[in-house]
Design a protein around this ligand. Structure first.
Ligand SMILES: *[C@@H]1O[C@H](CO)[C@@H](O)[C@H](O)[C@H]1NC(C)=O
Ligand SMILES: *[C@@H]1O[C@H](CO)[C@@H](O)[C@H](O)[C@H]1NC(C)=O
Ligand SMILES: *[C@@H]1O[C@H](CO)[C@@H](O)[C@H](O)[C@H]1NC(C)=O
Length: 290
């Protein structure tokens, strides 16, 4: 027969075991702590971590990708600054995707006209999806994690606050979604005299909440833009006048990119780089959101 003291001890032990079980159960239902590798380099910039994975030019293929259709087949996507017949059109992206919604910053831009909010986004007479009028840095009303991929041809270089834009694009992408970006290959364009931006500078733009009205780079652009390679700009005075009204027109290449910078921007945002290409005047980078 148990004496009063051991009985008390047993009772106490049972209580402790119950308490531990209860603690373990509640823990199971607590949200997982954010793993450190899902925080971006914007939250805590650690150059050792960012540059741990080394970029090398041999990672870039100097050729036209045969097709992009396998990346997007039957998937739903969102295009920033549509349409892009010579890239997404020719590379089979529009034909392969199940749906592509699109946005432009205004109904009328240097490149497109007649865009209607809520109107159809047409490709070869097929309605690919819905058209929005939204700035690349503010996709308000578009739900989180709603697309399998986001793509943009020759958009990022026009954005004054690229990290702000990229975080918006990532926001509307599903987990494991693809970010498919083309920017001009500066070595062969009118930007060839300009320097490639530093990632630290782009991070600074983000921290300082630089707006799309920013004209910090205007002097540099007016000095180094090679008008000889930009007949459409129509001479220095016209180009200057247009550039001073950049918020309305958005013609400026706010920053210049190369594949190395694109690679580290993706790394910073925890996007796993899958493929990089250079051909004609294009640089393409494809990565997967983690
Ligand atoms: C895409 O859809 C078509 C038609 O339903 C189907 O035949 C094809 O296997 C699908 N492809 C993928 C990669 O799911
Ligand atoms: C689109 O439709 C118009 C009118 O129906 C037709 O003339 C044109 O050839 C079509 N374009 C394509 C690319 O199918
Ligand atoms: C582009 O030009 C820069 C500066 O001249 C050079 O360092 C770089 O290697 C070139 N890039 C490619 C991919 O040829």
């Amino acid at each position: 027969m148990l004496k009063p003291k051991p009985l008390f001890m047993l009772f106490f032990l049972v209580l402790v075991v119950l308490a531990i079980l209860k603690y373990l159960r509640t823990r199971k239902f607590l949200p997982m702590a954010t793993p450190t590798d899902s925080t971006t380099c914007l939250d805590s910039f650690d150059p050792n971590r960012l540059y741990k994975s080394v970029f090398h030019m041999s990672m870039v293929q100097f050729m036209v990708p045969k097709t992009l259709s396998h990346w997007v087949e039957n998937k739903s996507g969102f295009e920033i600054g549509a349409p892009s017949a010579s890239t997404w059109g020719n590379l089979g992206l529009y034909d392969a995707a199940a749906k592509v919604d699109a946005t432009n910053f205004a109904a009328q831009t240097l490149w497109e006209s007649g865009i209607k909010e809520g109107g159809p986004f047409l490709w070869k007479n097929r309605t690919l999806g819905k058209h929005f009028i939204r700035d690349a840095v503010d996709l308000h009303g578009i739900p989180d994690e709603s697309y399998d991929f986001v793509c943009g041809t020759d958009i990022l270089e026009h954005v004054a606050n690229p990290f702000k834009a990229l975080l918006e694009w990532l926001r509307i992408m599903k987990p494991n979604g693809l970010l498919i970006v083309i920017v001009p290959y500066q070595n062969v364009t009118f930007d060839h005299k300009r320097s490639v931006a530093k990632i630290e500078h782009l991070m600074d733009d983000y921290r300082k909440k630089v707006t799309e009205k920013d004209l910090t780079h205007l002097d540099e652009i007016l000095r180094l833009h090679d008008l000889g390679r930009d007949a459409a700009a129509g001479g220095f005075d016209a180009f200057k006048a247009r550039s001073e009204k950049n918020f309305e027109i958005r013609g400026l290449h706010q920053h210049v990119y190369d594949q190395r910078l694109l690679y580290y921007i993706y790394r910073c945002l925890n996007i796993e780089v899958k493929s990089q290409y250079i051909w004609d005047y294009h640089q393409l980078i494809i990565g997967q959101k983690r």
